[in-house]
Design a protein around this ligand. Sequence first.
Ligand SMILES: Cc1cc2nc3c(=O)[nH]c(=O)nc-3n(C[C@H](O)[C@H](O)[C@H](O)COP(=O)(O)OP(=O)(O)OC[C@H]3O[C@@H](n4cnc5c(N)ncnc54)[C@H](O)[C@@H]3O)c2cc1C
Length: 203
Amino acid sequence: MSDNPMNPWQPLFQNVQKFSICIQTHLFKFIDHHSHHPSPPKENPLFSLHSSTSSKVSPINHGSTVVHAPDSLSNNKEKATAPVTKEELGRATWTFLHTLAAQYPEKPTRQQKKDVKELMAILTRMYPCKECADHFKEVLRANPVQAGSHAEFSRWLCHAHNVVNRSLGKLVVPCERVDARWGKMDCEHRACDLQGTTTSFGD
Ligand SMILES: Cc1cc2nc3c(=O)[nH]c(=O)nc-3n(C[C@H](O)[C@H](O)[C@H](O)COP(=O)(O)OP(=O)(O)OC[C@H]3O[C@@H](n4cnc5c(N)ncnc54)[C@H](O)[C@@H]3O)c2cc1C
């Protein structure tokens, strides 16, 4: 396709590309925060959707829309497709879970309480490390999920994480200080906060 100004798909491609850059900026912010990575690329997104071709990118898919990847990525397939380790997966999952706990409302709805319990149960069935999933099932059996409030759920999760830590010979974390380690996501106008009930009846 060429850069035809009359192309009716052009606004869509531009929006998708803006979205892609936005996601990558937040992703890089996160990585930067944790590993002092250099600042995010501003004009060279990991993937870009164009209605035209460029000499600096290689198409990796053909069709009505061409998806381009930077040469550095398309020439280095091994790196791009390298599987994550059990440790990397574990760190990413704990980050997700503790961040969820940090944002879990003080007064969760009945549905939110049900959802976190279900989420933990799903981990015991679908976590992509069977040994870990089986182990977590035992952890949950001995320590049923407590999700009546933010404080209760974040302490419970910290305790469950410590049970896993102990079994792996790792240091345990004092759970009364868990809020100092994990906070809410840094979103403008608290746009990432989960909403809970403002009243205490009904649960
Ligand atoms: C549900 C689940 C079950 C797992 N089961 C197994 C298993 O059976 N066998 C196995 O080999 N691996 C398992 N893992 C992976 C393992 O727990 C670690 O994630 C992995 O070994 C990497 O450890 P890490 O030392 O980098 O820190 P992680 O344990 O991944 O912790 C990440 C960060 O969380 C913080 N943290 C540590 N403990 C706590 C706590 N109690 N409360 C709050 N924050 C804390 C620390 O800052 C730490 O750097 C499991 C992971 C998950 C999510």
